[in-house]
Design a protein around this ligand. Sequence first.
Ligand code: CA
Length: 226
Amino acid sequence: MTNSVDIDILIVEDEPKLALVVVDFMRAAGFAPRWIADGLAVEAAIAQRMPHLIILDLRLPGKDGRDICRDLRKHSDVPVIMVTAQVDEIDRLLGLEIGADDYVCKPFSPLELVARVKAILRRTRIHAHPETSPLQLDEAKLQASYQGVTLDLTPIEFRLLATLASRPAQVFSRNLLIDRLYTDGRVVEDRTVDSHVRKIRRKLEAIAPGEDIVQSVYGAGFKLVL
Ligand code: CA
């Protein structure tokens, strides 16, 4: 088990005041933060040592966060939390093309950012030991089980749950879920997603009453919390 003081967090942020607040909060949470201000310095910082997680501002001098993340994804799965002031870009940032793991919107609470960092590191560990997860998904057979009990899911419910489980703790918007679930490009209403989520919840509830692992985030979408 790694100590949190050994957890290297790379902060890429060109506003020094904001960067120093984030550095302080990360240090207070027991992590080892590094800060750089220029987008062009990311490559060298990573070559020196691959961090456990990157907090990446979207608008940066040199090279912007979008390009940095896209290039990074060609060779690394290192978790990336994108910091943005533009809510309308979130779906694209989290989508396959750019591949950020999560985001916070400016202005954000540093404590919220610490919580996101912890959630992502937790799920990275879950991915490192998938056999210990209470939720098991067999993609080939479209079969799922929770706490060892088989879940009787329709193919679309399976895909929805598998999508949420691909990045636990990340909020998926209804639009993003529709894109992932209906690859034929058909027009689907938001409430269709809600109705599938309700059915999945009922099936989970039957196995583990009171446990709410598929959570709605008001105004944003859904996330899986294991
Ligand atoms: Ca900036």
